[in-house]
Ligand binder design. Structure first.
Ligand code: PAF
Length: 232
């Protein structure tokens, strides 16, 4: 049966009992609005651990000032139903106050240098610091043996791997392959923001990258030509 927990203390009791019984704890952190991509992480976690806990927390610390914190989809009841059907043991849904009791401006941060400031991090200052901070806090609250993240957010996965290693958490970080729809578009809670045309464009980027990959694996070494052909 799915247990709903809103404070770390509620989990600590269950966790202690499970650890005493030598049960492994697997953890899937999410921001909710669960789709098949999240459920594939849950499925892996269930398969590889005795107990599976999923967190749902829309983390304000990883949203920039002009980003979609208020509009981010929140579908708690549907999410819980999906977790019940999947056979998850517990869902942890802390409040912003519980996570950041001294306020966002006074929070101790976890920052993974270098990698956090390139690629997506270059246009989203503070984003990966927010991710690394909340995931560290969640790890400290949940004390899992294993944690599961999607390869869809590839840079995030690398940031979390480094953070877990640098802070000697001992937690095994698993990357799980991206789930896609029939057009090749990666499943994402934010896909609802895309128009039909934008979805078509996003799916065609994936197809074009596959074509480029096949050409390079076939021996093509003129990367400029490969890139130019894609642009056509
Ligand atoms: O990928 C996400 O949903 C979030 O960035 C995460 C890892 C749950 C941290 O808030």
């Amino acid at each position: 049966m799915l247990k709903t927990l809103s404070t770390p203390a509620e989990w600590q009791h269950i966790n202690r009992t499970n650890k005493m019984k030598n049960k492994t704890i697997g953890f899937v952190p999410t921001m909710g609005a669960l789709h098949k991509g999240h459920l594939s992480l849950v499925e892996r976690c269930l398969k590889e651990n005795d107990i599976t806990i999923v967190s749902i927390f829309v983390n304000p610390l990883q949203f920039g000032q002009n980003e979609d914190l208020d509009a981010y989809p929140r579908t708690i009841e549907e999410d819980k139903q999906k977790l019940i059907e999947a056979g998850v043991d517990a869902v942890f849904m802390p409040s912003v106050r519980d996570m950041y009791p001294r306020g966002l401006d006074h929070q101790t941060f976890v920052e993974v240098p270098d990698i956090s400031n390139i690629l997506c991090g270059a246009s989203r200052p503070g984003h990966f610091r927010g991710v690394a901070t909340v995931v560290s806090k969640l790890f400290n609250m949940v004390h899992p043996d294993d944690a599961f993240f999607g390869e869809k957010d590839f840079q995030q996965l690398q940031v979390i791997r480094l953070m877990a290693q640098d802070l000697s958490t001992g937690i095994v970080i698993h990357g799980v392959e991206t789930e896609r729809d029939a057009t090749g578009l990666a499943l994402s809670s934010r896909n609802g923001y895309l128009s039909a045309e934008q979805k078509h464009t996003a799916a065609s980027i994936y197809k074009q990258m596959h074509i480029a990959k096949a050409r390079i694996l076939d021996g093509e070494r003129d990367f400029i030509t490969v890139a130019n052909d894609l642009a056509d």
